[in-house]
Design a binder for this molecule. Structure first.
Ligand code: HEM
Length: 134
């Protein structure tokens, strides 16, 4: 990912922060609509999990210019996901729901460039997490 893409992600994330609680809830609503088969992996009340996801995404966004530090942490996150029951195919669904959630949250501030940056970053995370699980 390029420096410009990192800046775009950080700027877009700053717009998410004021609505981060809603964004977390919207994400899980979309995920469970798109992939009801993963619902059982999560607790009935996903509000705490929504908070953890948003906190982790925020952390990742701040670390994009330190991939050397970030990727080992993402690897550990992937290892934990082995225990959580996440399967490689789930990552595609999670990525699609994340992009759709950000698009909804950012509204008129969403652009094709922001979309490309998030997809590029997500694919990097996804690949590291899947390898860590296998
Ligand atoms: C880049 C993608 C993802 C990120 C950033 C992410 C982030 C997180 C975080 C921060 C946690 C909290 C626990 C911890 O830190 O170890 C978590 C838990 C969890 N994640 Fe993910 N996750 C991702 C992908 C997935 C996928 C693809 C699945 C598959 C359905 C999944 C299912 C779960 C489950 C089941 C839990 C535990 C829930 C619970 O204990 O209630 N995650 N995830």
């Amino acid at each position: 990912m390029t420096k410009d893409q990192i800046v775009l992600m950080q700027q877009s994330w700053n717009r998410v922060l004021p609505i981060k609680n809603e964004v977390g809830i919207i994400f899980y609503r979309k995920l469970f609509e798109a992939a009801p088969q993963v619902r059982y992996l999560f607790k009935d009340d996903v509000s705490a999990q929504a908070g953890k996801l948003v906190t982790m995404l925020g952390y990742i966004v701040t670390k994009l210019n330190r991939m050397d530090e970030l990727l080992p942490e993402v690897k550990k996150l992937g290892e934990r996901h082995q225990q959580f029951g996440a399967e490689p195919a789930h990552y595609e669904l999670v990525g699609q729901c994340l992009i759709a959630t950000l698009e909804e949250g950012l509204g008129e501030n969403w652009t094709p460039e922001i979309r490309d940056a998030w997809i590029t970053a997500y694919n990097t995370l996804k690949n590291v997490m899947i390898v860590a699980q296998s």
